[in-house]
Design a protein around this ligand. Structure first.
Ligand SMILES: NC(=O)c1ccc[n+]([C@@H]2O[C@H](COP(=O)([O-])OP(=O)(O)OC[C@H]3O[C@@H](n4cnc5c(N)ncnc54)[C@H](O)[C@@H]3O)[C@@H](O)[C@H]2O)c1
Length: 251
């Protein structure tokens, strides 16, 4: 018996990286999952691999109509939506003075405005379930602290944190829990260029594994029944700051 046997979920950005891991993990726990992404080939291939428990829809998370179509397709295929993982995102490492307004706005649209649209389009479907639902908004440690040379990414991920708290209050009466997740550096196509020196000083000195974040997602959907509006950090201790070695025998 899986922990998510009755759950219908949408995972945005589900075609690859952390999103694909979440799709696999939710299906393994018994959920039926719609993979929403702009990467049609990868998304369809993953859905084919997983069989009847998964379906792919082309979803551009920045587009209102695309969301309406994705929610309608989910209801038609599996029924009303119990869980949404707002995972789709892009990073932009670029110095402030080199970042155009269009580049800044593009990142805000994909990482933040899209989560606003997704919540607005999914909540009516969650109400139809009769028992509410769960929305997990993927932020980052960049939503908890500052990083140089990625102004749009940092602003978008702090925005996700605020959006989550506003939504958690507004939709509590409908029984919908809404939380944010803040990963540190996790091994995905997004971080292939991230070098070891960016995490070798953190308490757990390695990249995170997608399966570790997926385990948190499963907990948040299945078991975190007393949490809403909360921030769940999964970062190898990165936000604590660098480890300072102290000899165990020191006076
Ligand atoms: N990898 C990390 O270290 C890390 C750390 C903190 C937070 N995050 C966040 O986790 C999430 C997943 O990141 P990842 O590392 O798996 O990256 P990834 O690049 O492997 O996957 C991102 C997915 O989002 C999809 N996407 C992008 N724009 C989209 C759009 N307009 N509509 C629909 N889908 C779109 C991509 O096609 C891709 O499948 C992102 O929100 C990212 O900001 C990642």
């Amino acid at each position: 018996m899986g922990r998510l046997n009755t759950v219908v979920a949408i995972v945005t950005g589900g075609a690859r990286g952390m999103g694909a891991s979440h799709v696999r993990g939710l299906v393994a726990e018994g959920a039926r999952v719609v993979i929403g992404d702009v990467l049609d080939d990868e998304g369809k291939a993953l859905a084919d691999e997983l069989g009847k428990s998964a379906a792919f829809v082309h979803l551009d998370v920045t587009d209102d109509q695309s969301w309406k179509d994705a929610v309608a397709a989910t209801e038609e295929t599996f029924g009303p939506v119990d869980a949404l993982i707002n995972n789709a995102g892009v990073v932009q490492w670029k110095p402030w003075l080199k970042t155009s307004t269009a580049e800044f706005t593009r990142v805000l649209n994909i990482n933040l405005t899209a989560q606003f649209i997704g919540i607005r389009e999914v909540v009516p479907s969650m109400v139809k379930t009769g028992h509410g639902g769960v929305i997990v908004n993927v932020s980052s440690t960049a939503g908890l602290q500052g990083f140089a040379a990625e102004p749009a990414y940092v602003a978008s991920k702090w925005g996700v944190r605020g959006l989550t708290k506003a939504a958690a209050l507004e939709f509590a009466p409908q029984g919908i829990r809404i939380v944010s997740v803040h990963p540190g550096v996790v091994e995905t196509p997004m971080t292939t260029d991230v070098t070891e020196d960016s995490y070798d000083q953190q308490p757990i000195p390695r990249k995170g594994r997608t399966a570790e974040v997926t385990a948190l997602m499963t907990y948040l959907i299945a078991d975190a029944t007393y949490s809403t509006g909360s921030e769940f950090v999964i970062d190898g201790g990165a936000v604590l700051g660098p480890v300072v070695p102290v000899p165990l025998e020191a006076d």
